[in-house]
Design a protein around this ligand. Sequence first.
Ligand code: BGC
Length: 753
Amino acid sequence: MDIKNLVSQMTLEEKARFCSGADFWHVEGLERLGIPSVMVTDGPCGLRKQAGESDHLGLNASVTAVSYPTGSCVACSFDRQLIRESGEVLGEECQAEDVAVLLGPAVNIKRSPLCGRNFEYFSEDPYLAGEMSVAYIKGVQSKHVGTSLKHFAANSMEHRRMSSDSVVDERTLREIYLPAFEKSVKEAQPWTVMCSYNRFNGEFASQNHRLLTEILRDEWGFQGAVVSDWGAVSDRVKGVPAGMDLEMPGPGIGNTEKLVQAVKDGRIAEKDIDIAVERILDFVYKYAENRQPDTKFDHERDHAKARQMAAESMVLLKNDGILPLDKAAKVAFIGKFANAPRFQGGGSSHVSCYKVSGSVEAAKAYGVTYAQGYNTKTQEPDDEMIIQAVETAKAAEVAVLFIGITDAMESEGFDRKDMKIPACQQKLIEEVLKVQRNTVIVVECGSAIEMPWIDDVRGVLYAYLGGEAVGPAIVDILYGDVNPSGKLAETFPVRLEDNPSYLYYFGEADRAEYREGIFVGYRYYDKKDMPVLFPFGFGLSYTQFAYSDLVLDKTEMKDTDQLTAVVRVKNIGDRAGKEIVQLYVADDESTVIRPVKELKGFEKVELAPGEEKTLKFTLDKRSFAYYNTEIADWHVETGDFTVMVGKSSRDIQLCAKVKVESTQPIKKVYSMDSILGDIMANPKGADMVNAMMQNMNPFGGAEAPEDDSEAIMAGDAMQAMMGYMPLRGLVMFAGGSPEVERQMQQIVDALNA
Ligand code: BGC
């Protein structure tokens, strides 16, 4: 389709109308020119296609669809192929339901465990979030259906989400909050990007030229259309030239009129509107011209996929040998979630499910008994239910307690207040533990919780929000039909107060300063060397893996070179299993403040008992770089780096060193205000200063103390103090001598030459 030509035939009014949706879910169409009106739908983990009444909070019904595990769950699979396949399935479902764009993936960074929407987001780590996102986008879009990469940007909080101002410094933005978006755009070109509700550094994302045009398009090369989050538009006239193409939901009658008027008044150019409409029509036709109307939505097949995804993602956090359960053992499943699982989050991602299976039903063949244990409508313990649960646990050989956060506590639109489970569940655990030592906990919720009972239970399986087939998937793992292989995509702190954003998270009114900077998640806990409940990248298996022979293909390289690392991994247990091998990079010595290590690669590998495989990782400049705000670019400091390969961020198995040389040395500029320590750090400066210092005493010849030890102290102290002395200070202490000043200036000039 010749889109430019099409747009040239539209009137200004028609074009302005296209800049917002036709209704809640449809993009405008135009019969006169044969332009179809296509539908967009949530996302990300299942279709929420509303045929009847519409809303963006998941309140009204949508067509029956399959609910897949949410982002926080699938990210723990660390499995690009699995995510890609799930994207393909979702893309097919969209074709079957005539949906042009699926509103996902959601790639915001988990800054705090409290964010109500963490269940939808992948990780605290930008590299992992980016890899998952690319796989998802490629999967969906391979079916000629678009995605909407959301929510752009710095939208890691639900509290005051439509008015808050995320105040983020440039380095933090580039290293933590943007890379998942950047990678997705550069490697997968989502058809659309959804701008977030919040302000970013003072300006709403929906009218933020820097975000939507300078960074997204000019720097990263985004080719698609920007869509507003539902209701995110503040000033539409400002938004169009800023790069915000499609306002949703529609119809934005008032804003259409404002745009027309703004063009007539000369406040914005008509060509800006043309560009927005061209971008919108571009994805409309990409879909319409590749429509596959015969695609069928096979609910059973897709339900099976949901089960596989859940089983490959959930994380075994503790196991003293009690798992897998003996199929002949007398097992009690306790807790409402065992029967009626919590498997998806509240809000716009809420799917009307095809079928939901609980674990009690799935484990019927093993003769499990069941007691409800608690209500989900209240946090208050129900004494009757607890007594019954305790009896059931006592009568069994093993008790499996299903607990988690309720819908009312964790959802889009607001944040959690703490990391605790409901009081009734806490009480249930305590009472059951009094009568049953063989207790395993299964957790169903979207984010991290505190576990004060961790030392008293024998096993913990973290199912997250595992989608509609979570029940059988849990049973697959509990009874060993599937060997668990998920690893945490986020750190579990011991307690909420340990989290780096704790002091600032809710901000002051609308101002939310991201003051912890780049120290998000393990970047913070590692730097502080703090104990955590479970580290990033942690997860157990029913088998064991041994790592050996980490080899780098070079020991010295330029930052423009690529580095290849290989490592051997062997299954040394007696069960087949999958291992997630993680590669971290550490800058051994740096003049900038950097995390102890950062994730720069991972591979998931399947190994039969005794089998060994070699895994290969490729590292490039970005793997070693930090964002240097002085040059507004990624920069590698010349020096030694350690490449670490581990089972988790806190279980590094092998290390190797490489020296990386920067091809972009940063020229230091010296002046009379430069301090002696910095001058001496430059070899040429050190030589010149040493020669000069022999002839002068900046402290006017004060006597050295008589006591020897004091003399040493005084000498050290003086040296330390002198290191911070600016050159102009030396001149001053030399009585303002013009000769000394001339000599100092000579050093400055020589170093700047
Ligand atoms: C959410 C988006 C969602 C949109 C449409 C908004 O409230 O933030 O993620 O895609 O509604 O339902």
